[in-house]
Write a protein that binds this ligand. Structure first.
Ligand SMILES: Nc1ncnc2c1ncn2[C@@H]1O[C@H](COP(=O)(O)OP(=O)(O)OP(=O)(O)O)[C@@H](O)[C@H]1O
Ligand SMILES: [Mg+2]
Length: 343
């Protein structure tokens, strides 16, 4: 649905150059919720604004719903943009218009006749659960309700794609959860493809099918969330399951185990302890609901150096776990975190 290739955007201001987006490839499949995570200044907003050409990239390709946007001009580009809705952190509502008036605004711009407009506004307000607030002004409603207006307005032109720039950053956790639920619901009910950017892990955990981590204009990792979580050395996994740098005691093996779905339900720790008659020390961990599955990460300590634990580690891998050994591991490529990795 969204296909971006080798996208670059450089800002030039007062003789200074900032490469905000530095060669990003991105594919968002139809009906998918894709999250781009990154710190402030990573280039997330720039990337998003390049998807609807609010910002014209210096080079690369932007294809949305089969249309090569950079090849379009004037009216053609405007029409293509109607198929792409956008919501923002600060809602951007018109304070002099009611809730209904705000939602009607894009329909007026599109030249939708009055009667049809009223019908469509009612439909949109119903969709976001705001039918009872149609006549309220933005100053009279809560932040969460304002974002619902923003969403209704973004959906006015029946877009196939919704772009979201930190849509929940200004909201408290409970309201954030309800807005994310609404986005998930719209994604499922309308088949809406959503590309969202955020700096909150929680957003990715709750609604994203796929995700990318962006740093200094580039994607440092990207893929389906479940796949990333099970990938050894994944930054997303480290973000979702924060564990401190391990202090590996001499003569022990410290292992991070990532498990999901079925393997989460099996007593692999006690099975390991029983099979090898060893004491397994649990150092930390967490279990999270990711989409429809449970994913967990557990840090355990086994007696003996890693070389002496080859059979034990194989036992864990055979149980379907992703196994990351800290310290001097017997096999596997080193990652940039200094973690030795074996799957
Ligand atoms: N209009 C502009 N002119 C010049 N530089 C810009 C412009 N917009 C963004 N930048 C620069 O481009 C880089 C990426 O900015 P961008 O707003 O895309 O980051 P971001 O990831 O969205 O950050 P945040 O999380 O703070 O919103 C930053 O270094 C920023 O200063
Ligand atoms: Mg931004």
């Amino acid at each position: 649905m969204i296909q971006i290739e080798e996208l670059r955007k450089v800002y030039r201001a007062r003789g200074r150059e900032v490469t905000a987006v530095d060669g990003v490839d991105l594919t968002v499949r139809e009906g998918e919720v894709f999250g781009v995570l990154g710190r402030s200044g990573a280039g997330k907003s720039t990337l998003l604004r390049c998807v609807n050409l609010l910002e014209r990239p210096d080079s690369g390709r932007v294809v949305v719903a089969g249309q090569d946007l950079m090849a379009l001009r004037g009216g053609e580009l405007r029409r293509a943009r109607q198929g792409i809705g956008m919501i923002h952190q600060h809602f951007g509502l018109l304070s002099s218009r009611t809730v209904a008036g705000n939602v009607a605004f894009p329909l007026e711009v599109m030249g939708v006749p009055r009667a049809e407009r009223a019908e469509r506004v009612a439909e949109l307000l119903d969709l976001v659960g705001l039918s009872d607030h149609a006549d309220a002004y933005p100053a009279q409603i809560s932040g969460g309700q304002k974002q619902r207006v923003g969403i209704a307005r973004a959906l006015a032109g029946r877009p196939k794609v919704l772009l979201s720039d930190e849509a929940t950053s200004a909201l408290d956790p409970e309201t954030t959860a309800s807005i994310l639920e609404l986005l998930r619901d719209l994604n499922r009910r309308l088949g809406l493809t959503i590309l969202l950017i955020t700096h909150e892990m929680d957003v990715v955990k709750r609604i994203c099918d796929s995700a990318a981590i962006m740093r200094e204009g580039r994607f440092v990792e990207s893929g389906p969330v479940r796949e990333l979580l099970l990938r050894p050395g994944s930054e997303l996994a480290r973000g979702l399951f924060p564990l401190p740098e391990p202090a590996v005691r001499p003569g022990t093996t410290v292992v991070d185990l990532t498990f999901e779905g079925d393997s989460a339900d099996r007593p692999f720790v006690s099975s390991l302890a029983r099979t090898y008659s060893i004491d397994v020390n649990i150092l930390g961990g967490a279990v999270e609901e990711i989409g429809d599955t449970r994913v967990g990460r557990l840090r355990v300590e086994l007696p003996g150096d890693p070389e002496l634990n080859a059979a034990q580690l194989a036992h864990l891998r055979d149980a379907g776990l992703t196994v990351e050994v800290h310290g001097a591991a017997p096999a596997g490529p080193a990652t940039d975190s200094g973690l030795e990795v074996a799957r």
